[in-house]
Write a protein that binds this ligand. Structure first.
Ligand SMILES: Cc1cc2nc3c(=O)[nH]c(=O)nc-3n(C[C@H](O)[C@H](O)[C@H](O)COP(=O)(O)OP(=O)(O)OC[C@H]3O[C@@H](n4cnc5c(N)ncnc54)[C@H](O)[C@@H]3O)c2cc1C
Length: 82
């Protein structure tokens, strides 16, 4: 059976849920993800946002596994440039 025919349902779009959805999508699963918080790109509330972000070697390896490390590095330099 093609994995595209299989659906994975995830609860929570935090760091783990988001990364896992990228891994499962890459493996061919159709992923549905439920998040109780509002979309922070659209929500104006500042509570819960962090002023900095530390990414460990383990984090970089997690991103590299789905080919997202280079994309994140581009954003990192944009943030640093202000
Ligand atoms: C202030 C702060 C700063 C931090 N800074 C860093 C940092 O710089 N670098 C770093 O590596 N780590 C940092 N951490 C730690 C990091 O945020 C956690 O280790 C990481 O978020 C854990 O990921 P997670 O996916 O397990 O949980 P979360 O990121 O907490 O994700 C869980 C998600 O599930 C959702 N959820 C829960 N229950 C439900 C439900 N019933 N239905 C739908 N959605 C639900 C929640 O809303 C949440 O979005 C920081 C933590 C805090 C509090």
């Amino acid at each position: 059976m093609n994995k595209r025919d299989q659906k994975a349902t995830l609860i929570g779009a935090g760091l783990i849920g988001s990364l896992l959805s990228a891994y499962l999508t890459k493996q061919g699963y159709s992923v549905e993800i439920f998040e109780r918080r509002a979309d922070m790109r659209k929500d104006t509330a500042s509570a819960g946002r962090s002023i900095n972000l530390a990414l460990s070697d383990r984090g970089w390896r997690g991103l590299a596994g789905v080919g997202l490390d280079e994309e994140v590095k581009k954003w990192q330099f944009l943030w640093q440039a202000g």
